[in-house]
Design a protein around this ligand. Sequence first.
Ligand SMILES: Cc1cc2nc3c(=O)[nH]c(=O)nc-3n(C[C@H](O)[C@H](O)[C@H](O)COP(=O)(O)OP(=O)(O)OC[C@H]3O[C@@H](n4cnc5c(N)ncnc54)[C@H](O)[C@@H]3O)c2cc1C
Length: 345
Amino acid sequence: MDTQENPQVYDVVVVGGGAAGLNAALVLARARRRVAVVDAGAPRNAPAAHMHGFLSRDGMAPAQLLATGRTEVAGYGGELITGRVEAIEHGFFVRLAEGRVLRARRVLVATGCRDDLPEEIAGVRERWGKDLLHCPYCHGYEVRDQPIGVLGTGPSAVEHALLVEQWSSDVIMFSHTLTLTAEDRERLTARKVQIVEGQVTRLVAASDGDRLRGVELADGQVVPRAAVFLRPHNVPHDDLLIALGCQRDSNGWVDTDASGRTSVFGVWAAGNVINPRAQVITAAGQGSAAAIAINHDLIDEDVERAVEASRTLATIGRNTVRSEFSAELEAQVTQVVLGDRRHGL
Ligand SMILES: Cc1cc2nc3c(=O)[nH]c(=O)nc-3n(C[C@H](O)[C@H](O)[C@H](O)COP(=O)(O)OP(=O)(O)OC[C@H]3O[C@@H](n4cnc5c(N)ncnc54)[C@H](O)[C@@H]3O)c2cc1C
């Protein structure tokens, strides 16, 4: 087992083995980097039976995509570790909940985000990812032309209803906790989106439990609907990044450049942890971009170190041209050639 005294040194430790993390690991392993992926095994789209909108993978089970990805990463020598990372210390020391510590030259955090659902409505957990949906690009086609509801859980629900209308002409906006303005009503009505006032209390499943039957209101009325959309509140799993000192943008999400580089040296982020709107293919693409940037960053460091080493060796060579090769000299040479990496030997 690794210890702080003698940790293994990875080029990169990737935290999170969803689409973003696994695609990054695939690119890094193919770049002949020593890479480990630590994954807690709870990807965001786990409740959905099928994944859509990913060219060549449309309709695949989310778990199958990740299983295929893990096999590919392992095939190039990437290490897959099941577990939860509790902390990352500068340097980098990646601490797993079970006590193991991994040493890395760079870290990529791809830990995804959480969808906060309106738990005051009974049945939201059971129906989530089945017929309680958030993304029409992911699942709108599957419920096209069916009776659809949109829950008024926040101001963006009106835009959501107007978006969902692209997939069905039978859309009801349930005002729920949202107070609709005159302008909202005008826009919804112009697009033939019906408005049902009142608090929603329950999503009612059909007797077989397999599908949604309708939306129950506080007065007991059940409005038949085949699917319901909502915009959940997204919360990034960014504790590790914030603890490292990564800066946030004006929306409160960790700020990165286009490659996923954060404000902290050696720390990258990709996927839903920095962008809740990233689809699976986008998250995978961000992982790939981050991996390429990290590899370039490591090459820059290796080149700098090699130049420094060759200059130092030349100096040592000049100074010891007539002396014996000593243990002290060997230690000096090891330090300039291997630097921190000697700890892993
Ligand atoms: C119900 C639903 C259905 C969806 N359907 C689609 C669809 O059809 N098509 C589509 O393109 N998109 C879909 N999405 C969006 C999709 O889920 C995301 O695009 C995708 O999951 C983002 O990938 P990611 O790698 O960033 O994060 P995730 O897939 O969430 O992976 C993050 C991983 O990091 C792990 N992790 C978190 N913290 C730690 C830690 N501290 N230590 C170790 N591991 C950790 C998690 O356990 C998880 O395995 C859907 C989303 C939802 C909610």
